[in-house]
Design a protein around this ligand. Structure first.
Ligand code: FMN
Length: 198
């Protein structure tokens, strides 16, 4: 009787230890958000910094900020989420950002294995004028991500965060910067949800 009790006690201890180890292995230690942008005159860069600040508000989130041309394969593949920002050039993403996406294949070989699959993706844009291509720019960024089987999310605005920078505009105002922070926080939040659920 006493022996049976001891064996039962030992087995329960082993099971508890195993379950503890399993749940510790499941809980992600961190989430990495890569914020990649192109900016010739600084506006998109300022929005990128807002996205970084928002993502960093979610505890445990590591944020990497890089110009699109400086992103290496390791940055891309180690990220749980990628947020891409572009100035509007002729109502679309700039050539540098388009080249960045093309390089996912030419330099990083994302296809045919879909190496970006199930990572979170999001977009932000700045444009000189009202109603002159910011939403198209964000949607074409999201389209490139969808083509890579990423999980795209919005935040800040319906398609991402955006700002108008020329004419009467004082550049990036507080409201636009707040939308960039909202986007960053939403991306980090969803990245955590997905990583935890795996
Ligand atoms: C080649 C070129 C094309 C542009 N085309 C547009 C456009 O179609 N619509 C728009 O709203 N702004 C356009 N702009 C303005 C930029 O989108 C705007 O100034 C942007 O905020 C610049 O971002 P940056 O400071 O990060 O470089 C264009 C600028 C350049 C240089």
């Amino acid at each position: 009787m006493r022996q049976a009790f001891l064996i039962g006690f030992l087995l329960a201890g082993l099971l508890a230890g195993w379950m503890g180890a399993a749940s510790a292995a499941e809980a992600p230690a961190s989430v990495t958000v890569l914020v990649a942008y192109h900016s010739a005159t600084g506006h998109t860069e300022k929005m990128a910094q807002g996205v970084v600040e928002g993502a960093a508000r979610i505890p445990g989130t590591k944020v990497v900020l890089k110009r699109v041309g400086d992103v290496a394969a390791g940055d891309l593949f180690s990220a749980d989420a990628v947020v891409v920002g572009s100035p509007v050039y002729w109502s679309n993403m700039s050539g540098d950002v388009k080249k960045f996406f093309d390089d996912w294949q030419f330099k990083f070989g994302v296809f045919p294995e879909f190496k970006m699959r199930n990572k979170v993706g999001a977009a932000f844009a700045t444009g000189g004028q009202v109603s002159s291509g910011k939403e198209v720019t964000m949607l074409t960024i999201l389209a490139a991500m969808l083509g890579n089987q990423m999980i795209v999310v919005s935040g800040g605005g319906a398609f991402g965060a955006s700002a108008t920078t020329e004419g009467d505009s004082p550049g990036i105002d507080d409201k636009e910067l707040a939308s960039a922070k909202e986007l960053g926080a939403r991306v980090a939040e969803v990245a955590w949800m997905i990583k935890r659920g795996r």
